[in-house]
Design a protein around this ligand. Structure first.
Ligand code: NAP
Length: 274
């Protein structure tokens, strides 16, 4: 392989990624994919230190550098401290994967303000705090010749529920719908500065957040009716998409949501109705 075409596994050599919620599920899948591609990875977690350390160990086995950093993404001081730590350890940050997210489900009339605030503050305010800190670092550092065609890359992990309304989870759907226009608005604002901003909108991916929908055979059969591809996704499906969005292969992709959902947003209920 010559220098013009680095092997696909090393496309992120020399770059540093912060992956929020990297200790579990989709975040862990993305952290591993970026590490495998040569990136240094900051594996963020809020409480699951051991699981974060396991992800770090896997990345180190792949030959890349990684470190686990605790921070609550809804806390401004935690987020600022996490980025300071990332810069101290690796020199800068090139890629933000804003992935940390939670659900607190309740019927609308029963939903407490705490349940509403918790989801909005982690899923949406957390994305704002992390994207702002990443952007400030990209601008402080400036372009590094030969590293990437972009000054920095921001990738939000949103959801098909930025499009599909979700009864019983209005806090979650509102957080993801808000994230979509937040992503597009900062993409509009930051594009000319060389910062690429996109989202991934996953469908059903097998992780702890939705265990009740795939652990129980009846619930799983119901879920599969919503997925034309007829399987539940794996966190590696999202890892591959994130790797592409973080690499220069997607240089002209900006301000978009990449839906990775096995066809869930094709509204498969209309196959036999309507
Ligand atoms: P998960 O396995 O439950 O992982 C959630 C991650 O977020 C964990 O690493 C958790 O760390 C972290 N986290 C939670 N609160 C945090 C906070 N305040 N600060 C920092 N980190 C925090 O869930 P997942 O399915 O991988 O979800 C990841 C993202 O994908 C979420 O944004 C979710 O909305 C989105 N998504 C998931 C699916 C799906 O089907 N799984 C579909 C669409 C979108 P700790 O364990 O340390 O708290």
């Amino acid at each position: 392989m010559n220098q013009e075409s680095p092997k696909p596994s090393a496309v992120l050599n020399g770059q540093t990624a912060v992956v929020t919620g990297g200790s579990s599920g989709i975040g862990a899948g993305i952290a591993r994919a970026l590490g495998e591609a040569g990136a240094n990875v900051v594996v963020n977690y809020s409480g699951s230190r051991e699981r974060a350390e396991e992800v770090v160990a896997r990345i180190r086995e792949q030959g890349s550098q990684a470190v686990a950093v605790q921070a609550d993404v809804s806390s401004e001081s935690d987020v600022e401290a996490m980025f300071r730590q990332a810069v101290e350890i690796f020199g800068t940050v090139d890629i933000l994967i804003s992935n940390a997210g939670v659900q607190q489900d309740a019927a609308f009339t029963e939903m407490t303000l705490d349940e509403w605030n918790k989801v909005i503050s982690i899923n949406l305010t957390g994305a704002f705090l992390c994207a702002r800190a990443a952007t400030r670092e990209f601008l402080r550092r400036g372009m590094v010749p030969g590293r990437s065609s972009a000054l920095g890359k921001i990738i939000f992990v949103s959801s098909v529920h930025e499009i599909i309304p979700w009864s019983g989870r209005v806090n979650y759907a509102a957080s993801k719908g808000g994230l979509m226009l937040f992503m597009k608005s900062i993409a509009q604002e930051l594009g000319a500065k060389g910062i690429r901003v996109n989202s991934i909108a996953p469908g059903a991916i097998r992780t702890p957040i939705n265990r009740e929908s795939w652990d129980d055979p009846e619930a799983k059969a119901e879920l599969l009716k919503l997925i034309p591809r007829n399987r539940i996704g794996d966190s590696s499906d999202i890892g591959k998409a994130a790797l592409w969005l973080a690499s220069d292969e997607s240089d002209y992709v900006h301000g978009t949501s990449l839906v990775v959902d096995g066809g869930m947003t094709l509204y498969p209920g209309f196959i036999s109705a309507g």
